[in-house]
Design a protein around this ligand. Structure first.
Ligand code: BDR
Ligand code: CA
Length: 313
């Protein structure tokens, strides 16, 4: 698995899940702009990996900007993820360096080398994936599956009434990916807004009395407080990005519908909406599985087991 992140509090949880699941071999983490600048996102990823002793997993930087340079919306999501991207919690700075190889090149090479054995999970803007497709579409088409956290089909968006954040940060890239004919699983707000974590669970992490458990609880409690402010009706924070990792390795966590998806890129009220592709409505061949329902109880059980095992490893 390659994780393509914009670390980000829930991206940090996605990294933890990928390290913790024994069925996942994480061969690299690559970052882009998104919740925070790409450089900071990469350092956050390195520090999180090191905290879990995953010091053999390299971190790469991909894109610093969206593909549509005329429309650069790179504001830092400090209100949601903190000034440093991880809830303003200080982690021990890694002694490792970010890999010199460009992250997009790494992705293309891995796609070519591992083919269907490779799963890419994207939990930030789709810019790195679109760049990789532009660079070598044949290699990218060999990939077994791309699972993304992004989009919203049956529920409203979280940036505008129609747009979800990861799509809204680079809709041109997302559209390029969805229309590429690569196998994609879309884990969007349809399911992630229903999959919630509360301080009852983070208290269990604290109770492990481990540094990783306590630090992760500090980071995620920041997110829970933000969610309590913004979405008091939910009663917890959404497990957006770690749900995508869980679904990538165990698709039975969700029910999906087969569709062809496009993203609207016109700068109007429908900007960055994920919607059925009208050009391919009657095409019997579909390339996107859109998650519309989730077994949140089972997912949360597995999620907690993975995290508690990881902290106590
Ligand atoms: C997505 O946006 C980001 O803020 C989160 O990390 C997640 O990937 C949710 O819309
Ligand atoms: Ca993210």
């Amino acid at each position: 698995m390659i994780l393509d992140v914009d670390t980000g509090i829930d991206d940090a949880m996605a990294i933890a899940y990928a390290v913790a699941d024994p069925k996942i071999e994480l061969i690299g983490v690559l970052s882009s702009f998104g919740n925070i600048e790409a450089d900071r996102a990469s350092h956050n990823a390195l520090n999180v990996l090191d905290m879990f002793n995953a010091t053999d997993v390299p971190v790469f930087i991909g894109n610093h900007n969206p593909l549509d340079h005329q429309y650069q919306r790179i504001d830092i999501n400090a209100q949601i993820h903190g000034e440093n991207g991880i809830g303003d919690v200080e982690l021990k700075a890694s002694e490792r360096d970010i890999s010199e190889q460009n992250g997009v090149d790494f992705m293309v090479e891995a796609a070519d080398r591992y083919g269907k054995d490779l799963t890419i999970v994207a939990t930030g803007p789709m810019t790195n994936i679109a760049s990789a497709i532009q660079k070598d579409k044949d290699a990218m088409k060999k990939v077994g599956n791309i699972t993304i956290m992004g989009g919203a089909l049956t529920v409203p968006g979280n940036v505008t009434p129609v747009a979800e954040a990861n799509i809204e940060q680079d809709p041109v890239a997302a559209n390029e990916m969805f229309t590429s004919d690569i196998n994609i699983t879309m884990v969007g707000l349809d399911v992630t807004l229903r999959t919630l974590l509360t301080k009852k669970e983070t208290q269990q992490w604290r109770d492990t009395k481990t540094e990783a458990g306590e630090k992760m609880a500090d980071i995620v409690d920041f997110y829970i407080d933000v969610y309590d402010d913004i979405y008091p009706e939910l009663g917890g924070c959404s497990l957006h990005d770690p749900l995508a990792v869980g679904v990538a390795i165990d698709p039975s966590f969700v029910q999906t519908i087969d569709m062809n998806i496009m993203v609207t890129t016109e700068h109007d009220a429908y900007y960055a909406r994920t919607i059925g592709d009208k050009e391919r409505l009657n095409d019997p061949h579909t390339n996107v599985k859109v998650a519309v329902n989730v077994d949140k109880e089972r997912y949360l059980k597995v999620f907690m087991k993975r995290f508690l095992d990881l902290f106590q490893a």
